[in-house]
Design a binder for this molecule. Structure first.
Ligand code: ZN
Length: 294
């Protein structure tokens, strides 16, 4: 497909070139209507990369509770390379998730809630609404938004960083909007008893039935989401949250590796969400990062 006119018919093959980094032969093409040339690499995930050999292992490592700096150390590259990969992988995974939502069968049972973490310091908390399909544990939609600090941190936070406008509702709405694409109209939606949720569900999923159960906030130490002995009605969700926290270094509790930027944290979340969905299908194929074609 031509990158400019998106036409598939007026394309001819036009020789090869040998890629310097790994000596691979790459097919070139020419579009007769735009008079431009492109190659198999134009749409590849390693387009214009030099160190393409570690892409797959980097993807797995980043989703296995290893910090970006340590990933750089393991693969003998500079941290900047990993930061660039995070950006690239995050964009691919975001698109993959979007395509996945559009093309999968409609989900009937979904649970959603918010995961709380922070950017840089506990004075700048963020909320991460995530929707999970109950039966398969697959992540369907996620989003991120700033929220104000709570408790005794509230005054300190306002003094130091000023008032942070709460983006909780916009984040929830963006998650709900994405979820609309892959949810059956008469679906069952489960969540905890947050007062914001009933209206959100009514607005975005008017025909769905909404069940709430008493949720308890995660403990500070340990896997808060799973640290319970009683029956947990939103187990699927909490289990997924625990997996997010365990496998993304920036989300783990009491960590040094805090996220520094909200947009980069969202990229990491998208990478993990996509990895998580592939991981659940691991009997079919080993998790591998590629452009998702359904
Ligand atoms: Zn063209």
């Amino acid at each position: 497909m031509c990158p400019i006119c998106k036409n598939q018919n007026k394309i001819i093959k036009r020789g090869f070139y040998r890629r310097p980094s790994d000596q691979k032969k790459v097919q070139r093409y020419h579009c007769k209507s735009c008079k431009i040339s492109f190659s198999d690499q134009t749409y590849a995930i390693d387009y214009r990369q030099q160190k393409r050999w570690f892409n797959q292992s980097c993807f797995l490592t980043l989703c296995s509770g290893v910090s970006q700096r340590r990933t750089a150390y393991i693969f003998r590259v500079v941290p900047r390379t990993i930061a660039r990969r995070v950006k690239k992988f995050g964009e691919i995974c975001e698109k993959n998730l979007e395509k996945y939502r559009d093309n999968r069968a409609k989900a009937n049972e979904v649970e959603f809630d918010e995961l709380e973490t922070f950017i840089h310091t506990k004075l700048k908390p963020v909320t991460i609404p995530i929707a999970v399909e109950k039966k398969t544990r697959k992540v369907l939609a996620l989003s991120i938004g700033n929220i104000g600090a709570k408790g005794h941190l509230k005054q300190i936070s306002i003094k130091k960083y000023g008032r942070r406008p709460s983006e909780r509702l916009p984040a929830l709405k963006s998650m709900a909007k994405d979820l609309q694409k892959c949810l059956a109209s008469k679906a069952n939606i489960g969540s905890d008893k947050c007062p914001l949720y009933p209206k959100l569900v009514r607005d975005y999923f008017p025909e769905a039935s909404h069940h709430t159960c008493t949720g308890s906030r995660g403990a500070v130490v340990g896997l808060g989401e799973l640290k319970k002995t009683v029956f947990d009605p939103i187990f699927t969700l909490n289990h997924t949250y625990a997996m997010f926290r365990d496998n993304l270094k920036t989300l783990s509790r009491r960590t040094w590796a805090t996220a520094k930027r909200k947009d980069r944290l969202l990229l990491l979340l998208n990478i993990y969400a996509w990895f998580h969905n592939l991981w659940l299908d691991r009997k079919r194929a080993k998790p591998k990062l590629e452009v998702f074609n359904c």
